[in-house]
Design a protein around this ligand. Structure first.
Ligand SMILES: [Mg+2]
Length: 263
């Protein structure tokens, strides 16, 4: 404990990792940032996350430095993610790409996310979770998630249940993420949304940067790396990213350092 406090352990070790990442010219970049596990530590339940008090201010600075091209890209619904990011008015992509918040604040929903089907899938997953204490059902405007973080022995039944739903509801794919399984419309992904956004006026021609932590972030990390951008994996696990940071606090430190550097 003492060693941790004075920095011989943990904090001291991630500094060299942090320094491996070059400081990009933010005025020529588009910065995509995942939220959970990337900017904010994961918690036992999705609504249990603790947001660093200076996160909103940091995002505001990044938004200025990138001239409006700092984008929060999350698996959460935009309405949900936004409540943790008070003060950030920039673009957001939610539901892994199923929703997009434009700069004027309006939220666009992907046409693939059929409302009636999403409702029905949510009702069924809710009932399933109700009979399996330890499973948490998270309903999204575009899909549904079963979290088994509280009881890992429920991973298999949660998978089997959603797998069956994905087979009986065409157009919805099953995805595995950290301690959770999720159903979301096929053809949706962070990488798909990123490509689309990078073609828009004001974004085209800039260098993509992406910070992500989850297996579901891999296609986007791979795409960013292939564009000559900067792909940064947060935490452990195999990755296509060229750089890695230990945890959300080292990610925030790195981003803070970038805002302080003049080009
Ligand atoms: Mg994440």
């Amino acid at each position: 404990m003492y060693y941790e406090m004075i920095g011989f352990h943990g904090e001291a070790q991630d500094e060299p990792l942090t320094d491996e990442i070059e400081c990009p010219d933010l005025s020529k970049a588009t910065l995509f940032l995942d939220l959970d596990g990337t900017l904010v530590d994961l918690a036992p339940t999705p609504d249990g996350i603790q947001v660093a008090p200076d996160l909103g201010e940091l995002l505001g600075l990044l938004y200025e430095r990138t001239e409006g091209r700092t984008v929060i890209i999350s698996g959460r619904a935009i309405e949900d993610a936004a409540q943790y990011l008070q003060g950030f008015g920039g673009p957001m992509i939610g539901g892994h790409g199923a929703q997009e918040r434009l700069v004027d604040g309006t939220i666009k929903r992907h046409e693939l996310a059929d409302e009636t089907t999403v409702q029905r899938l949510g009702d069924m997953a809710d009932s399933f979770a109700a009979t399996h204490p330890g499973l948490l059902c998270e309903r999204k405007p575009t899909g549904v998630v079963l979290h088994f973080r509280k009881d890992e022995s429920l991973a298999a039944p949660a998978y089997a249940f959603l797998r069956a739903l994905s087979e009986t509801h065409r157009g919805f794919d099953l995805h595995h993420s950290k301690m959770a399984y999720e159903l979301r419309p096929a053809g949706i992904g962070k990488d798909v949304s990123m490509r689309k956004m990078m073609q828009q006026d004001g974004f085209a021609g800039t260098r993509p940067i992406f910070f992500g932590d989850d297996v579901t972030d891999e296609p986007a990390l791979q795409w960013v790396a292939a564009q000559g951008g900067i792909a940064v994996k947060i935490g452990e696990g195999e990755t296509a990213a060229q750089a890695r940071l230990e945890d959300p606090s080292s990610a925030r430190r790195t981003l803070r350092r970038w805002t302080q550097k003049e080009h």
